[in-house]
Design a protein around this ligand. Structure first.
Ligand code: SF4
Ligand code: SF4
Length: 408
């Protein structure tokens, strides 16, 4: 694609990056077929190619309006288009640039602004979120059915092994997951303990920054990233082998620290090292497959499971087939899930900001997951888990919990 970026952006780091991404797009339109919003709305401007055009026009100096902002807001950032694109267009990076600029140029309606501010002020703060969730659980019986579905029951952590192995890995606790499902990191700790790895949480680490970043408070999100790097760094220097992340959405973000902090002289090198050490828990378990062999119960009932591969896992981290293989080795029977590349509609705060589109995607995803009549649904990201569980008739859990329960 030929470009002629406007003077105000052309020679900036964002302009140079956007230009090189735009130039890779050959307008072929292959990405339209796998874009969930295009599939739902049938409007070219709600497709990756259409949004790329909108961003190109904006970067070339054309006036931008709320309409442009709406089409970019409707994007799930699922990155299915990146997986499909034969030219290697890094749509997600272009979208970050486009959203950052449009935020400066187009004022949001007061209600929209307040909602986004509220989300970025509460969700990343573990204590605040825990308090709000505790209140929700207390008043759950009095809430309308629709709202009550968004207040999940407690998922107790169970035993957490003491960190006594010489092999140590850091684990990201995150922001909402410790309140919604402490059972996930606890299961990961117990499973890895069985193969001689201790998981350690660094004090001072918290939200990965994804919520704030995707709500377009990009500068503020960098603060979360730096705080995590500061908290992890002494452990990295002391020999922590990896940074284990059990939510694939957060994993995608931490893998991106290197890119997002590349121009920060104080943090660029450390961020690069942190991203290098970041591992989705499936990568860690897969690497320990030999050590795990023979440790699974052989007397367990065969259970049919549908695996929902989060967009962040398959399109963000490009991890495909790994979790499925682990589930099979642990004795589960996997059912087929049609259109497994499509987003479930959770997408960070999308389910709150774009509830109608999100619901339509959720219903499509549930139909696909239930088509093989599974007894349980497994996933790899707390956002998808919570979203699917609002309407799924069978239990929805993180796959690591299911696999850990199968250990003899
Ligand atoms: S990120 Fe997802 S929703 Fe956005 S354009 Fe790409 S495929 Fe469509
Ligand atoms: S598939 Fe890639 S090259 Fe083709 S239109 Fe979409 S983004 Fe552009």
């Amino acid at each position: 694609m030929q470009t002629r970026l406007a003077d105000w952006i052309r020679d900036t780091p964002a302009g140079v990056e956007a230009d090189s991404i735009l130039r890779k797009c050959v307008h072929c339109g292959f990405c339209l077929a796998t874009c969930p919003t295009y599939n739902l709305l049938g409007d070219e401007l709600d497709s990756p190619r259409g949004r790329i055009y909108l961003m190109k026009q904006m970067l070339e100096g054309a006036p931008v309006t709320r309409r442009t902002q709406l089409h970019l807001d409707r994007c799930l950032t699922c990155r299915a288009c990146e997986t499909t694109c034969p030219s290697g267009v890094e749509y997600g990076k272009l979208l970050d640039i486009g959203r950052d600029i449009i935020e400066q140029k187009v004022e949001r309606k007061p209600g929209d602004r307040r909602r986004r501010w509220f989300l970025k002020t509460t969700l990343p703060h573990r204590g605040l979120f825990a308090f709000a969730l505790a209140l929700g659980r207390l008043f759950r019986p009095f809430l309308p059915k629709d709202l009550a579905a968004h207040v999940p029951k407690a998922r107790p952590a169970g035993a957490i092994p003491a960190a006594h192995h010489p092999r140590r890995m850091l684990v990201l606790a995150g922001c909402v997951q410790p309140s919604l499902a402490p059972s996930i990191n606890a299961a990961a700790a117990r499973l890895l303990d069985r193969v001689g790895i201790s998981l350690v949480e660094a004090s001072g680490a918290g939200c990965c920054g994804a919520v704030t970043h995707h709500l377009n408070y990009q500068e503020e999100a960098l603060g979360y990233m730096k705080r995590n790097i500061d908290a992890w760094w002494p452990h990295v220097e002391a020999g922590a082998e990896a940074i284990v992340i059990t939510a694939s959405g957060c994993g995608t973000m931490v893998k991106d620290y290197a890119h997002l902090l590349r121009h920060d002289t104080g943090y660029a090198a450390k961020a690069a090292r942190i991203s290098e050490l970041a591992r989705d828990v499936s990568e860690v378990v897969a690497a320990e497959r030999e050590a795990l062999a023979g440790k699974f119960r052989t007397d367990a009932e065969p259970v049919k499971v549908a695996f929902q591969s989060p967009c962040s896992l398959q399109h963000g981290l490009k991890i495909v087939g790994t979790v499925e293989a682990i589930l099979r080795e642990a004795g589960f029977t996997l059912t087929a899930v049609p259109d497994s590349h499509l987003c479930c509609g959770s997408a960070g705060t999308y389910s709150i900001l774009k509830p109608e589109l999100s619901k339509r995607l959720l219903h499509g995803k549930l139909r696909a997951l239930k088509s093989g009549r599974p007894a349980e649904v497994a996933t790899a990201n707390i956002g998808c888990l919570s979203h699917l569980a609002t309407e799924c008739e069978v239990p929805v859990r993180h796959w690591i919990e299911m696999v850990e329960e199968r250990l003899a």
